[in-house]
Structures are given as C-alpha cells and as structure tokens.
Design a protein around this ligand. Structure first.
Ligand code: CUA
Length: 290
C-alpha cells in the first residue's frame, strides 16, 4: 500500500499531538500532583458537628511540612471563620457541609470545591506568598448566601494559637458551667462577641459592638428592651418569661417566635455548648443596656 507523503506527515502529526496530550496529563497528575477536588469520604450530616475531624475544624500539622485544614460550611458561615496557614507547606483542605450545599472557593487560588452534606471534599494547595484570601461560598445556599465568607491568611510563621488543640478552637473557648451550675467565663462581653462573630450571627444580625451589620434577621442593639417587650406581646405564643429566656429561645429554637417583618431563616440547631449559649445571652443583654 502506498501512503502519500503528506498523508504520512499528517498521520505522524496526529499521533504526536495525542502523545503530547497524554504526556501532559500524566505529568500533571503524577509529576505535578494536580488532582480534581473530589469526594474522599462520607460523613452523616446529622452528626457531623460531633464527628471527627469536623467537631474541631481548623488547622492540624500532619507531617514535617504538611497540614490539614478542616472546614465546615453551614448556613451561613464557615467554621473556622478565619484560618492561618503556613507559606510553602502543603495544606490539604478537607470540607463538608452541615446542612445544604455550599461552595468553597479560596480567592486567588485554585482551591475551589463543593461542600456537599454527607460528602467530604478535599484538595491540596501550597501558598507561595504571605497574604490574605477570602473564602467565598459560590453556591446559592439561602437568604444570607451573600454574607457567607471566611478568610485564609497565609503567614511565614505560624503561632501556637493557629493550630487546633492549642487553645484557639471554639471547642476550647474556656467557658463552662461549674459543678454548682454557675457559668465560668472570664470575659463575657469579649468571649460572647467573638462567638457572635465566629458562629455566623454577624452575617445576619446587626450589632454595633461586634461590628456586625447583617440585615437578614432583626437588629440586636436593643435586644434587651425588645425581648422584654416581646414576651408581653399578644402575638408571642411561646413560653419565655424573662428576656434571658427569650434570647436563649431565639438562639436555640428560632422558629418559636419570628419577629414581624423578618423571614424564618435562622438555622438551627447551633453548634454551641450550653455554656456558650449562656455567654451569648449574657453578652447580648450586657451590650444592649441591661
Ligand atoms: Cu453557602 Cu452560599
């Protein structure tokens, strides 16, 4: 069989291109370790808040220059809300959702994955320079989707508090009830304000003392007076009898009484201990004048 000169050239060119493409793929996946962010495991979303490692989201060191950053997405914030990671190290981001589907995109990087309830997604990235990056939810997830963001700060040197288990994690916020049932907390306003900001309250409510200006839910700068007034209101049909009770109820079972003019949009249950809820209640009463 006689093959034309040009035909031969085109056939070789085609074969060459195929090989080059295959080579690039192999180099990318084996040589440069580029993988699509993928499903790496399952977790029951109903108990994800108490299932390791999502019960303590944050950064862990897993090797000489290797870290794991565990992130839990929920309506409408990321836990932790701020994450400090070391420059020049491999950081494996591991994420899932506690409720609906969220997105996780770290601005200015190629970290871009879905947070799907029940599924664990993972992707590894190395920050080459120090700097701040927003974590953005890029999947519409409800009323306050637009306020769902977090922050990754790449730093040259981690400090001790940047790692989970070293005192910074919410699970170790240092507030608890003693054996007599008294709340133990050194700084109720400071700790409460930090909880308010890190637990996503600030995304939906305004509270000047916490630099919060959300407008999905009612403003909280007058919550002490408002709570006292609402429990006497005819439209209030639940069981709180004091402003404390009312605020506690609004945090734990937000649907019990929905303030006029606002949607019944607050997520529940909260991933807060009883002591943390108490700190939030006391902080809100304190900063709103009671
Ligand atoms: Cu979470 Cu949009």
């Amino acid at each position: 069989m006689k093959v034309e000169h040009f035909e031969k050239a085109f056939l070789s060119l085609g074969a060459l291109l195929l090989l080059a493409g295959l080579g690039a793929l192999l180099y990318g996946s084996i040589g440069a370790h580029i993988h699509l962010p993928g499903n790496v495991g399952q977790v029951d979303p109903a108990v994800v808040r108490t299932t390791a490692p999502f019960d303590q989201p944050g950064l862990r060191q897993v090797g000489p220059n290797e870290y794991e950053a565990v992130i839990l997405g929920q309506t409408w914030n990321f836990l932790p809300s701020e994450l400090r990671v070391p420059v020049g190290a491999d950081v494996r981001f591991i994420g899932t959702s506690a409720d609906v589907i969220h997105g996780l995109n770290i601005e200015g990087t190629r970290v871009n994955m879905m947070l799907i309830p029940g599924q664990i997604s993972s992707m590894t990235y190395r920050f080459d320079e120090p700097g701040e990056h927003l974590i953005i939810c890029h999947e519409y997830c409800g009323a306050a989707h637009h306020s769902m963001f977090g922050r990754v700060v790449a730093v040259n040197q981690l400090t001790e508090g940047d790692l989970v288990g070293s005192g910074s994690a919410l699970a170790e916020s240092g507030v608890y009830f003693d054996s007599e049932g008294n709340l133990v907390c050194e700084d109720i306003v400071g700790t409460g304000t930090e909880l308010f900001q890190t637990q996503g309250c600030a995304g939906c409510h305004s509270l000047p003392s916490a630099n919060a200006s959300g407008n999905i839910g009612p403003p909280l700068d007058q919550v002490a007076a408002n709570a006292a007034q609402r429990i006497t209101d005819a439209s209030y049909t639940s069981s709180a009898e004091t402003p404390d009770d009312y605020i506690r109820e609004s945090i734990m079972t937000p649907a019990a009484h929905v303030v006029d003019g606002y949607p019944n949009a607050m997520p529940a249950p909260q991933s807060l201990s009883d002591a943390e809820v108490e700190v939030l209640v006391q902080m809100l009463l304190a900063v709103s004048g009671q």
